[in-house]
Design a protein around this ligand. Structure first.
Ligand SMILES: C[C@H](O)[C@H](O)[C@H]1CNc2nc(N)[nH]c(=O)c2N1
Ligand SMILES: N[C@@H](Cc1ccccc1)C(=O)O
Ligand SMILES: [Fe+2]
Length: 312
């Protein structure tokens, strides 16, 4: 398997649809392509003891990301997340081994991680969650993608998701969500994906701007989105600033039916966040008739995307 750190990573960027061109010739020479190419990420395989040998560069990336987030997260993440982060007791200078994470997850909620190559299919994803296993893609972003990466890397899965997986009610939400997905049809799964997206991935909690905090793992693993997500001021001012074409997030009060009908794109910072009053709102949803709501959303159809929809 090609080692991530040895792959010559070209400065980006191609438009999302451009073909990935062949990298630098073996002898190091290269033709100056007018377009740059984005080296694909390749996940690392565990050795026979289940140990993954990361390179110096990859461990340095982890250290840089954790140091940056250590300065940005404390007064932006919700307290349940901060409690979980402390329990994980993550190493600061190197990427943790999955069995070290599993020890904490097993002891707190009976969960564990599952090494996966990258984004996995809905079917595999729901099956893992239904069995209290969380997918962890075993590669880490390069420095050029430090602030924001379009696909989940190990920093996203471990620092974004694992802290709240030590929280019993949050873990139960994930497990129930997985079981619902397992029994859902293909089309229903697309609607369920929006519930996950606007809560576990990109959810905010706290109805007033001054008490608003982040619980979404997709935000907390991105240094730039962590700052952006709470940068919106009061909703009125946000509208005004938006009219001044400053990029400001839109905050919407959480409504399950609205969430299920809201298209999203996974490849850029989110323009819309749904806000719950309290984490318990999330746990009440588990006891509500989610699939009934999905059927209602299907009959009502999707809202118009607020931007050119690519994949949602
Ligand atoms: C269903 C959910 O919205 C999302 O699309 C899933 C799909 N596959 C995934 N695959 C990985 N490795 N990590 C993830 O967080 C997800 N999220
Ligand atoms: N954008 C997140 C990673 C992510 C990708 C896709 C879905 C969810 C999360 C980050 O930079 O950390
Ligand atoms: Fe995620």
């Amino acid at each position: 398997m090609e080692r991530l750190s040895q792959t010559t990573s070209y400065s980006k960027t191609i438009s999302a649809n451009s073909a990935v061109l062949t990298p630098r010739a073996a002898d190091g020479s290269h033709h100056d392509h007018s377009t740059h190419i984005k080296q694909p990420y390749v996940s690392r395989q565990p050795d026979s003891q289940g140990h993954i040998h990361y390179s110096v560069d990859e461990n340095a990336m982890w250290q840089a990301l954790l140091e940056r987030q250590a300065t940005q997260i404390p007064n932006r993440a919700c307290s349940a997340y901060l409690d979980g982060l402390k329990k994980l007791n993550l190493p600061s200078t190197h990427i943790p081994q999955l069995h070290d994470i599993d020890e904490v997850l097993q002891a707190t909620t009976g969960w564990q991680t599952a090494a996966v190559p990258a984004l996995i299919s809905f079917g595999k994803f729901f099956k893992l969650l239904a069995n209290k296993s969380f997918p962890v893609a075993t590669f880490i972003r390069r420095f050029e993608d430090m602030d924001y990466i379009e696909e989940p890397d190990i920093f996203h899965e471990i620092v974004g998701h694992c802290p709240l997986l030590t929280h019993p009610a949050f873990a139960a939400f994930n497990e129930t969500y997985g079981k619902l997905g397992l029994n859902a049809s293909k089309e229903e799964r697309w609607f369920l994906a929006r519930l996950y997206w606007f809560t576990i991935e990109f959810g905010l909690v706290g109805s007033r701007p001054d008490n608003r905090r982040i619980y979404g793992g997709g935000i907390l693993s991105s240094p730039s989105e962590t700052l952006y997500a709470l940068s919106g001021t009061s909703d009125k001012q946000a509208e005004h600033q938006q009219s001044q074409c400053q990029q400001q997030p839109e905050y919407r009060p959480f409504d399950l039916l609205d969430v299920l009908r809201t298209p999203y794109r996974i490849d850029h910072i989110q323009p819309i966040y749904y806000v719950i009053d309290d984490l318990n709102t999330l746990f009440d949803i588990v006891d509500s008739d989610i699939m009934g709501m999905v059927k209602q959303a299907m009959s009502l159809g999707l809202f118009e995307p607020t931007y050119a929809a690519k994949n949602s």
